[in-house]
Design a protein around this ligand. Structure first.
Ligand SMILES: [Zn+2]
Length: 132
Protein backbone atom coordinates (compact mmCIF):
# COMPACT_ATOMS: atom_id res chain seq x y z
CA UNK A 1 0.00 0.00 0.00
CA UNK A 2 1.43 3.36 -0.97
CA UNK A 3 0.84 6.74 0.68
CA UNK A 4 -1.95 7.65 -1.71
CA UNK A 5 -3.83 4.45 -0.87
CA UNK A 6 -3.42 5.10 2.86
CA UNK A 7 -4.72 8.65 2.51
CA UNK A 8 -7.62 7.34 0.40
CA UNK A 9 -8.49 4.84 3.14
CA UNK A 10 -8.59 7.65 5.69
CA UNK A 11 -10.61 9.83 3.34
CA UNK A 12 -13.23 7.12 2.86
CA UNK A 13 -13.48 6.63 6.64
CA UNK A 14 -14.47 10.28 7.12
CA UNK A 15 -18.02 9.19 6.28
CA UNK A 16 -17.97 7.15 9.52
CA UNK A 17 -17.33 10.22 11.70
CA UNK A 18 -19.82 10.74 14.52
CA UNK A 19 -19.74 14.52 14.81
CA UNK A 20 -23.22 15.84 15.65
CA UNK A 21 -21.75 18.71 17.69
CA UNK A 22 -18.76 20.02 15.76
CA UNK A 23 -19.61 18.68 12.28
CA UNK A 24 -15.79 18.45 11.90
CA UNK A 25 -15.42 15.11 10.10
CA UNK A 26 -11.97 13.62 10.25
CA UNK A 27 -10.57 10.14 9.93
CA UNK A 28 -7.28 8.29 10.07
CA UNK A 29 -5.73 5.18 8.61
CA UNK A 30 -2.78 3.31 10.10
CA UNK A 31 -0.45 1.04 8.14
CA UNK A 32 1.37 -1.58 10.17
CA UNK A 33 4.61 -3.47 9.66
CA UNK A 34 2.59 -6.52 8.61
CA UNK A 35 0.89 -4.57 5.82
CA UNK A 36 -2.43 -4.34 7.64
CA UNK A 37 -4.50 -1.15 7.61
CA UNK A 38 -6.84 -0.03 10.34
CA UNK A 39 -9.06 3.03 10.04
CA UNK A 40 -10.63 5.22 12.66
CA UNK A 41 -13.09 8.09 12.67
CA UNK A 42 -13.67 10.80 15.23
CA UNK A 43 -16.44 9.94 17.72
CA UNK A 44 -18.10 12.72 19.71
CA UNK A 45 -20.42 12.42 22.70
CA UNK A 46 -22.96 14.71 24.35
CA UNK A 47 -20.52 14.67 27.28
CA UNK A 48 -17.92 16.49 25.21
CA UNK A 49 -14.89 15.31 27.18
CA UNK A 50 -15.64 11.76 26.10
CA UNK A 51 -14.92 12.40 22.43
CA UNK A 52 -12.16 10.34 20.83
CA UNK A 53 -9.89 11.42 17.99
CA UNK A 54 -9.83 9.42 14.78
CA UNK A 55 -6.10 8.75 15.10
CA UNK A 56 -6.44 7.06 18.48
CA UNK A 57 -9.41 5.00 17.29
CA UNK A 58 -7.24 3.71 14.43
CA UNK A 59 -4.14 3.21 16.60
CA UNK A 60 -6.06 1.36 19.31
CA UNK A 61 -7.61 -0.83 16.63
CA UNK A 62 -4.14 -2.04 15.61
CA UNK A 63 -3.70 -3.30 19.17
CA UNK A 64 -7.21 -4.70 19.55
CA UNK A 65 -6.89 -6.70 16.32
CA UNK A 66 -3.22 -7.70 16.72
CA UNK A 67 -2.46 -6.02 13.39
CA UNK A 68 1.22 -5.26 14.03
CA UNK A 69 3.30 -2.20 14.84
CA UNK A 70 2.16 1.07 13.23
CA UNK A 71 4.63 2.39 10.64
CA UNK A 72 2.51 5.14 9.04
CA UNK A 73 -0.47 7.22 10.08
CA UNK A 74 -2.59 9.17 7.61
CA UNK A 75 -5.02 11.83 8.79
CA UNK A 76 -7.62 13.43 6.51
CA UNK A 77 -9.35 16.45 7.98
CA UNK A 78 -10.65 19.91 7.22
CA UNK A 79 -8.07 22.59 7.87
CA UNK A 80 -7.59 24.23 11.27
CA UNK A 81 -7.13 28.01 11.13
CA UNK A 82 -6.16 27.67 7.47
CA UNK A 83 -3.44 25.08 8.01
CA UNK A 84 -3.42 21.35 7.39
CA UNK A 85 -4.67 19.65 10.56
CA UNK A 86 -2.08 17.55 12.36
CA UNK A 87 -2.69 15.04 15.17
CA UNK A 88 -3.21 16.49 18.66
CA UNK A 89 -0.70 15.97 21.45
CA UNK A 90 -2.61 13.08 22.99
CA UNK A 91 -2.65 11.20 19.69
CA UNK A 92 1.05 11.88 19.15
CA UNK A 93 1.84 10.39 22.56
CA UNK A 94 -0.19 7.26 21.81
CA UNK A 95 1.48 6.98 18.41
CA UNK A 96 4.89 7.26 20.06
CA UNK A 97 4.08 4.40 22.40
CA UNK A 98 2.79 2.11 19.64
CA UNK A 99 4.82 3.12 16.59
CA UNK A 100 7.96 4.81 17.85
CA UNK A 101 9.63 8.04 16.76
CA UNK A 102 10.17 6.86 13.18
CA UNK A 103 6.42 6.56 12.52
CA UNK A 104 5.56 8.44 9.32
CA UNK A 105 2.71 10.94 9.65
CA UNK A 106 0.76 12.01 6.57
CA UNK A 107 -1.88 14.73 6.72
CA UNK A 108 -4.17 15.74 3.88
CA UNK A 109 -7.12 17.91 2.95
CA UNK A 110 -10.42 16.09 2.38
CA UNK A 111 -10.32 16.85 -1.33
CA UNK A 112 -6.73 15.69 -1.65
CA UNK A 113 -5.48 19.02 -2.95
CA UNK A 114 -2.71 19.28 -0.36
CA UNK A 115 -0.80 16.92 1.86
CA UNK A 116 2.40 16.79 3.83
CA UNK A 117 4.59 14.12 5.38
CA UNK A 118 6.61 14.24 8.56
CA UNK A 119 7.68 11.88 11.29
CA UNK A 120 6.56 11.48 14.84
CA UNK A 121 10.05 12.48 15.99
CA UNK A 122 9.57 15.84 14.29
CA UNK A 123 6.10 16.40 15.76
CA UNK A 124 6.86 15.14 19.29
CA UNK A 125 10.65 15.34 19.69
CA UNK A 126 10.76 15.14 23.48
CA UNK A 127 7.80 12.85 24.18
CA UNK A 128 8.25 10.35 26.99
CA UNK A 129 8.80 6.87 25.62
CA UNK A 130 9.23 3.43 27.08
CA UNK A 131 12.75 2.11 27.20
CA UNK A 132 13.48 -0.78 24.89
ZN1 LIG B 1 -6.00 13.58 18.80
Amino acid sequence: MDDTDLIDAASRARALSHVPYSEFSMAAAVLTDTGEVRVGAVVENVSLGLAMCAERVALFSTVATDAGRPVALALVSPRTSGSLTHPCGACLQVALELGGPELRVLVADPDGTASTETTLAELLPMGPAKRS
